[in-house]
Design a protein around this ligand. Structure first.
Ligand SMILES: Cc1cc2nc3c(=O)[nH]c(=O)nc-3n(C[C@H](O)[C@H](O)[C@H](O)COP(=O)(O)OP(=O)(O)OC[C@H]3O[C@@H](n4cnc5c(N)ncnc54)[C@H](O)[C@@H]3O)c2cc1C
Ligand code: SF4
Length: 477
């Protein structure tokens, strides 16, 4: 081990090659190349194999990071892949889009000044290599069970649960209101962060393994929850959160003030070759102002740059240090030409039929609230305006009214509208109905959705096993 590891003292941290900002401003291709095998081995060899790996503790999937780094450093890639895939259904996706600076890499214990191990890029390298070499196999159960599970939602939570359940031999059906599989991986997150082909090959793998997909099938429109429940032995709700948080301000009804997800979905659809009729959802030749400071806002500003906006500004009420979006993404956006207007909030919008400017005011961060976050306070007489032809609202998402949508008043929800579920099994208030992902925890991350999908799959398997035992003991009586 001494030979191959602990190289952080002599080997500098290096990310895979990043395409120059001037080049990537003009297309939607991913911005990072992949490590070549030598670079992956070298970067993995920087791991200090510390006694208490905080990277693993702070990875929501508790990936066995030190061990797969060691195997990569030793060139034992197939074993590294097996280990990495044992805890994560989509390592190549998480390696690309996890905010590693807040999770695994942000908690790497290599001393300050030496920089953390580039865990995400190595994880992506291992699984992309596994795909190329044919090591990634469809879920093929050893034994088939007769029991079936209906999953509502083909986002990362639903897909992770589907894979786990199929491996155990259950008959899995996924229903999704979209025409494609992947949820926000396809219609939210832009191609320059996650190429759609990466998601499509996961869809194919699951279909090859026997998971049955029902696209363009909306629960609440094409069937009620009760009907889905009658068709299956257990049901998982993994529908995500899609209701945009409202902004009330004078002029909000003007034309060309659009919601972030409508804008991103239109852009993703264009990239996939679908016809998009709404012309207002294109930033070409426009002065764009995006309001918000999370991952969604970062995706909007960077999409607008690629569509050929004449200027792109991001208005955010807190400062750089206190923004929820990944710092890495902010840096990418700045390199690509986005201007951040920190400590500023919208007051209203001016224009005739369509928006012409955003009226804003400066914000001062006051004392911390119960959660430690500073409360934004308006600075008196600090009004200013920003010219705008397109305003994109990226203020976050709430859950839809699920009991109403599903015509199921017994489905318990929290005061935020998210579904209440048992912490261990993720079973909801309805027997045999489970829930996972954003619809349980509120707008979150892909890696948490994967974890929830796995936890729910375990809960469902235990529930179904108990039911099978009950049925056979009744039959024996
Ligand atoms: C623009 C944007 C960028 C993001 N960037 C990142 C990032 O960089 N990194 C990261 O980790 N996370 C990111 N996230 C968050 C991440 O995408 C979500 O946390 C994750 O996708 C949640 O997974 P999920 O399976 O719970 O829900 P979703 O991915 O939302 O999938 C839910 C699925 O359910 C379907 N559905 C909903 N209602 C019904 C119904 N009634 N009937 C049938 N089907 C239904 C939907 O069509 C959808 O396919 C981003 C989110 C957004 C919006
Ligand atoms: S899943 Fe995300 S947090 Fe976990 S090791 Fe991979 S990149 Fe890091």
């Amino acid at each position: 081990m001494g030979q191959k590891l602990l190289k952080f003292v002599s080997v500098e941290q290096e990310m895979p090659d990043k395409r120059p900002a001037e080049e990537r401003r003009h297309d939607f291709a991913e911005i990072y190349a992949r490590f070549d095998p030598e670079a992956a081995e070298t970067q993995a060899s920087r791991c200090s194999q510390c006694g208490v790996p905080f990277c693993q503790v702070h990875c929501p999937l508790h990936n066995n990071i030190p061990d797969w780094l060691m195997l990569t450093a030793e060139g034992r890639l197939e074993e590294a892949y097996e280990l990495s895939a044992a805890t994560n259904n989509f390592p190549e996706i998480c390696g690309r889009i996890c905010p590693q600076d807040r999770l695994c890499e942000g908690n790497c214990v290599i001393e300050k000044g030496f920089s953390s191990v580039t865990i995400g890029s190595v994880e992506k390298f291992i699984t992309d290599t596994a795909w190329e070499r044919g090591w990634v196999k469809p879920p093929k159960p050893v034994r088939e069970h007769g029991q079936s599970v209906g999953i509502i939602g083909a986002g990362p939570a639903g897909l992770a649960a589907a894979e786990q359940l199929r491996r155990k031999g259950y008959q899995v059906h996924i229903y999704d209101r979209y025409d494609r599989v992947g949820g926000l991986l396809v219609y939210g997150i832009p191609n320059f962060k996650l190429d759609k082909k990466i998601v499509a090959r996961r869809h194919k793998l699951l279909a090859d393994g026997g998971v049955v997909f029902h696209c363009n099938y909306e629960i609440g429109r094409d069937a009620t929850l009760r009907e889905i429940k009658r068709s299956h032995d257990a049901v998982l709700i993994a529908t995500g959160v899609y209701q945009a948080k409202p902004l009330e301000a004078p002029g909000i009804g003007l034309g060309n003030i659009v919601q972030a997800l409508d804008y991103l979905t239109a852009s993703n659809r264009r990239g996939l070759g679908d016809p998009v009729s709404e012309t207002g959802l294109d930033a070409a030749g426009k002065r764009v102002v995006v309001i918000g400071g999370g991952d969604t806002a970062m995706d909007c500003v960077r999409t607008a740059i690629r569509q050929g906006a004449t200027s792109v500004k991001c208005l955010y009420r807190r400062d750089r240090k206190n923004m929820p979006g990944s710092q890495r993404e902010v840096a990418h956006a700045e390199e690509e030409g986005v201007e951040f207007v920190w400590l500023s909030g919208p007051q209203g919008f001016a224009g005739k039929d369509v928006v012409q400017s955003v009226l804003a005011h400066r914000i001062h961060l006051g004392v911390g609230d119960a959660s430690g976050r500073h409360t934004p306070q308006v600075v008196p007489d600090s009004q200013f305006s920003l010219d705008a032809d397109l305003v994109i609202l990226a203020l976050g998402f709430d859950a839809e009214d699920m009991p109403k949508l599903f015509d199921e008043p017994d489905l318990e929800v929290t005061r935020w509208g998210t579904i209440t579920a048992d912490a261990k099994s993720l079973m909801t208030s309805i027997d045999g109905v489970f829930a996972a992902g954003d619809i349980v925890r509120g707008a979150s991350l892909v890696v948490w959705a994967v974890r929830d999908g796995r936890v729910a799959a375990n809960g469902i398997a235990k529930y179904l096993a108990a039911r099978a035992r009950q049925a056979s003991s009744l039959a024996a009586e």
